[in-house]
Design a protein around this ligand. Structure first.
Ligand code: COA
Length: 178
Protein backbone atom coordinates (compact mmCIF):
# COMPACT_ATOMS: atom_id res chain seq x y z
CA UNK A 1 0.00 0.00 0.00
CA UNK A 2 1.36 3.40 -0.98
CA UNK A 3 2.55 5.74 1.77
CA UNK A 4 1.05 9.24 1.64
CA UNK A 5 3.31 12.01 2.96
CA UNK A 6 4.38 15.63 2.51
CA UNK A 7 6.85 16.07 -0.35
CA UNK A 8 10.52 16.93 0.14
CA UNK A 9 12.77 18.87 -2.20
CA UNK A 10 14.49 15.64 -3.25
CA UNK A 11 11.14 14.43 -4.68
CA UNK A 12 10.89 17.26 -7.22
CA UNK A 13 12.44 15.36 -10.17
CA UNK A 14 10.11 12.38 -9.77
CA UNK A 15 7.07 14.66 -9.23
CA UNK A 16 7.97 16.43 -12.49
CA UNK A 17 8.01 13.07 -14.34
CA UNK A 18 4.61 12.08 -12.93
CA UNK A 19 3.17 15.48 -13.77
CA UNK A 20 4.33 15.46 -17.39
CA UNK A 21 3.35 11.82 -18.04
CA UNK A 22 -0.10 12.24 -16.47
CA UNK A 23 -0.76 15.50 -18.34
CA UNK A 24 0.12 13.87 -21.63
CA UNK A 25 -2.17 10.90 -21.04
CA UNK A 26 -5.04 12.97 -19.58
CA UNK A 27 -5.14 15.98 -21.87
CA UNK A 28 -4.41 14.52 -25.31
CA UNK A 29 -7.15 15.90 -27.58
CA UNK A 30 -8.00 18.70 -25.10
CA UNK A 31 -4.78 20.63 -24.63
CA UNK A 32 -3.02 21.48 -27.92
CA UNK A 33 -0.42 18.84 -28.94
CA UNK A 34 2.35 21.45 -29.12
CA UNK A 35 1.80 22.31 -25.44
CA UNK A 36 1.99 18.64 -24.42
CA UNK A 37 5.04 18.00 -26.61
CA UNK A 38 6.84 21.08 -25.30
CA UNK A 39 6.29 20.22 -21.64
CA UNK A 40 9.67 19.93 -20.01
CA UNK A 41 10.48 17.82 -16.98
CA UNK A 42 13.38 20.20 -16.22
CA UNK A 43 11.06 23.21 -16.05
CA UNK A 44 8.56 21.20 -14.01
CA UNK A 45 11.32 20.14 -11.62
CA UNK A 46 12.15 23.81 -11.05
CA UNK A 47 8.49 24.60 -10.44
CA UNK A 48 8.01 21.74 -7.95
CA UNK A 49 11.27 22.51 -6.13
CA UNK A 50 9.95 26.04 -5.51
CA UNK A 51 6.47 24.76 -4.59
CA UNK A 52 7.88 22.39 -1.95
CA UNK A 53 10.02 25.21 -0.51
CA UNK A 54 7.09 27.65 -0.32
CA UNK A 55 5.59 27.91 3.13
CA UNK A 56 2.07 28.52 1.89
CA UNK A 57 1.88 25.61 -0.53
CA UNK A 58 1.05 22.04 0.41
CA UNK A 59 2.60 19.33 -1.75
CA UNK A 60 1.79 15.71 -0.89
CA UNK A 61 2.95 12.55 -2.63
CA UNK A 62 2.04 8.87 -2.67
CA UNK A 63 5.06 6.60 -2.48
CA UNK A 64 4.74 3.01 -3.67
CA UNK A 65 7.08 0.28 -2.37
CA UNK A 66 8.07 -0.86 -5.84
CA UNK A 67 7.76 2.25 -8.04
CA UNK A 68 8.55 5.11 -5.64
CA UNK A 69 6.49 8.28 -6.03
CA UNK A 70 3.40 7.57 -8.13
CA UNK A 71 1.08 10.50 -7.38
CA UNK A 72 1.19 14.16 -6.39
CA UNK A 73 -1.36 16.58 -4.98
CA UNK A 74 -0.94 20.27 -4.23
CA UNK A 75 -3.07 22.83 -2.46
CA UNK A 76 -3.02 26.11 -0.55
CA UNK A 77 -5.01 29.33 -0.17
CA UNK A 78 -7.72 29.92 -2.77
CA UNK A 79 -6.03 31.79 -5.62
CA UNK A 80 -9.28 33.65 -6.37
CA UNK A 81 -9.05 35.38 -2.93
CA UNK A 82 -12.65 36.61 -3.14
CA UNK A 83 -14.48 33.29 -3.01
CA UNK A 84 -16.25 31.62 -0.11
CA UNK A 85 -13.72 28.78 -0.13
CA UNK A 86 -10.57 29.46 1.89
CA UNK A 87 -8.51 26.68 0.38
CA UNK A 88 -7.95 25.38 -3.13
CA UNK A 89 -6.68 22.06 -4.42
CA UNK A 90 -4.36 23.11 -7.23
CA UNK A 91 -3.49 19.71 -8.71
CA UNK A 92 -4.06 16.01 -8.12
CA UNK A 93 -2.34 13.55 -10.42
CA UNK A 94 -1.99 9.80 -10.09
CA UNK A 95 0.33 8.09 -12.60
CA UNK A 96 -1.78 6.23 -15.20
CA UNK A 97 -0.30 2.85 -14.14
CA UNK A 98 -1.52 3.42 -10.57
CA UNK A 99 -5.00 4.88 -11.09
CA UNK A 100 -8.17 3.21 -9.74
CA UNK A 101 -6.43 1.70 -6.71
CA UNK A 102 -7.63 4.16 -4.11
CA UNK A 103 -4.49 6.33 -4.18
CA UNK A 104 -6.28 9.45 -5.48
CA UNK A 105 -8.82 9.26 -2.68
CA UNK A 106 -6.22 8.77 0.06
CA UNK A 107 -4.08 11.56 -1.34
CA UNK A 108 -7.02 13.99 -1.54
CA UNK A 109 -8.02 13.20 2.07
CA UNK A 110 -4.42 13.82 3.17
CA UNK A 111 -4.41 17.16 1.33
CA UNK A 112 -7.67 18.06 3.13
CA UNK A 113 -6.04 17.26 6.49
CA UNK A 114 -3.06 19.49 5.62
CA UNK A 115 -5.37 22.34 4.54
CA UNK A 116 -7.22 22.13 7.86
CA UNK A 117 -3.93 22.10 9.76
CA UNK A 118 -3.31 25.52 8.13
CA UNK A 119 -6.77 26.74 9.19
CA UNK A 120 -8.13 26.49 5.65
CA UNK A 121 -11.36 24.69 6.48
CA UNK A 122 -13.10 24.72 3.09
CA UNK A 123 -11.79 24.00 -0.40
CA UNK A 124 -12.52 24.31 -4.09
CA UNK A 125 -11.01 22.67 -7.17
CA UNK A 126 -11.33 23.74 -10.80
CA UNK A 127 -11.35 20.92 -13.37
CA UNK A 128 -11.69 20.98 -17.14
CA UNK A 129 -15.31 20.18 -18.02
CA UNK A 130 -14.13 17.72 -20.67
CA UNK A 131 -12.06 15.73 -18.16
CA UNK A 132 -14.00 12.63 -17.04
CA UNK A 133 -11.85 12.62 -13.89
CA UNK A 134 -14.08 15.40 -12.61
CA UNK A 135 -16.63 12.76 -11.57
CA UNK A 136 -14.01 11.53 -9.12
CA UNK A 137 -14.55 14.76 -7.14
CA UNK A 138 -18.28 14.10 -7.04
CA UNK A 139 -17.50 10.63 -5.70
CA UNK A 140 -15.38 12.38 -3.04
CA UNK A 141 -18.37 14.43 -1.85
CA UNK A 142 -17.55 17.61 -3.79
CA UNK A 143 -20.56 19.67 -4.90
CA UNK A 144 -20.63 21.41 -8.24
CA UNK A 145 -20.35 25.09 -7.27
CA UNK A 146 -19.16 27.03 -10.29
CA UNK A 147 -18.34 27.23 -13.93
CA UNK A 148 -16.05 29.49 -15.94
CA UNK A 149 -14.50 29.81 -19.34
CA UNK A 150 -10.75 30.32 -19.39
CA UNK A 151 -8.62 31.19 -22.39
CA UNK A 152 -5.67 28.83 -22.30
CA UNK A 153 -3.12 28.32 -25.06
CA UNK A 154 -5.29 30.34 -27.46
CA UNK A 155 -8.30 28.04 -26.89
CA UNK A 156 -11.38 28.69 -24.77
CA UNK A 157 -11.79 25.87 -22.25
CA UNK A 158 -14.71 25.35 -19.89
CA UNK A 159 -13.91 24.57 -16.28
CA UNK A 160 -16.16 23.30 -13.52
CA UNK A 161 -15.59 23.90 -9.82
CA UNK A 162 -16.26 21.39 -7.07
CA UNK A 163 -16.46 22.60 -3.50
CA UNK A 164 -16.28 21.24 0.03
CA UNK A 165 -17.70 23.96 2.34
CA UNK A 166 -16.62 22.07 5.44
CA UNK A 167 -13.54 19.90 5.09
CA UNK A 168 -14.15 18.22 8.43
CA UNK A 169 -17.45 16.93 7.00
CA UNK A 170 -15.67 16.11 3.73
CA UNK A 171 -13.30 13.90 5.69
CA UNK A 172 -16.18 12.04 7.25
CA UNK A 173 -17.60 11.40 3.78
CA UNK A 174 -14.23 10.18 2.50
CA UNK A 175 -13.61 6.55 3.30
CA UNK A 176 -9.84 6.67 3.86
CA UNK A 177 -8.57 9.42 6.13
CA UNK A 178 -4.95 8.56 6.68
C1 COA B 1 -8.75 11.59 -10.96
C2 COA B 1 -7.68 10.82 -10.19
C3 COA B 1 -6.90 11.79 -9.32
C4 COA B 1 -8.38 9.76 -9.30
O1 COA B 1 -7.41 9.01 -8.61
P1 COA B 1 -7.47 7.40 -8.57
O2 COA B 1 -6.42 6.93 -7.70
O3 COA B 1 -7.50 6.91 -9.98
O4 COA B 1 -8.95 7.17 -7.95
P2 COA B 1 -9.32 6.21 -6.71
O5 COA B 1 -8.94 4.83 -7.07
O6 COA B 1 -8.81 6.78 -5.45
O7 COA B 1 -10.91 6.34 -6.75
C5 COA B 1 -11.66 6.58 -5.60
C6 COA B 1 -13.13 6.51 -5.95
O8 COA B 1 -13.45 7.45 -6.97
C7 COA B 1 -14.02 6.82 -8.08
N1 COA B 1 -13.50 7.40 -9.32
C8 COA B 1 -12.21 7.49 -9.70
N2 COA B 1 -12.11 8.07 -10.91
C9 COA B 1 -13.39 8.31 -11.29
C10 COA B 1 -13.96 8.88 -12.47
N3 COA B 1 -13.22 9.31 -13.48
N4 COA B 1 -15.32 8.99 -12.51
C11 COA B 1 -16.10 8.56 -11.49
N5 COA B 1 -15.60 8.00 -10.35
C12 COA B 1 -14.27 7.89 -10.28
C13 COA B 1 -13.57 5.38 -7.99
O9 COA B 1 -14.46 4.52 -8.66
C14 COA B 1 -13.53 5.14 -6.51
O10 COA B 1 -14.82 4.87 -6.00
P3 COA B 1 -15.16 3.41 -5.37
O11 COA B 1 -14.16 3.22 -4.25
O12 COA B 1 -16.55 3.58 -4.91
O13 COA B 1 -14.97 2.47 -6.49
C15 COA B 1 -6.72 10.05 -11.15
O14 COA B 1 -7.45 9.11 -11.89
C16 COA B 1 -5.96 10.94 -12.07
O15 COA B 1 -4.89 11.41 -11.71
N6 COA B 1 -6.47 11.16 -13.30
C17 COA B 1 -5.78 11.87 -14.33
C18 COA B 1 -5.40 13.27 -13.97
C19 COA B 1 -6.56 14.19 -13.68
O16 COA B 1 -7.45 14.33 -14.49
N7 COA B 1 -6.53 14.82 -12.49
C20 COA B 1 -7.58 15.70 -12.06
C21 COA B 1 -7.41 17.07 -12.58
S1 COA B 1 -6.71 18.16 -11.37
Amino acid sequence: MALIRLAREADAARIADIYVETWRSTYVGTVPDRVLINMSTERQQGYWTRAVRLDGEIVCVAEDDADGIVAVGSAGPNRARSGTYAGEVYTLYVHPDHQNRGIGERLLMHVFVELQARHLTSAIIWVLASNPSRFFYEAMGGKRVGEREEKMWGTKLREIAYGWPDLAAGLRIGRGTN
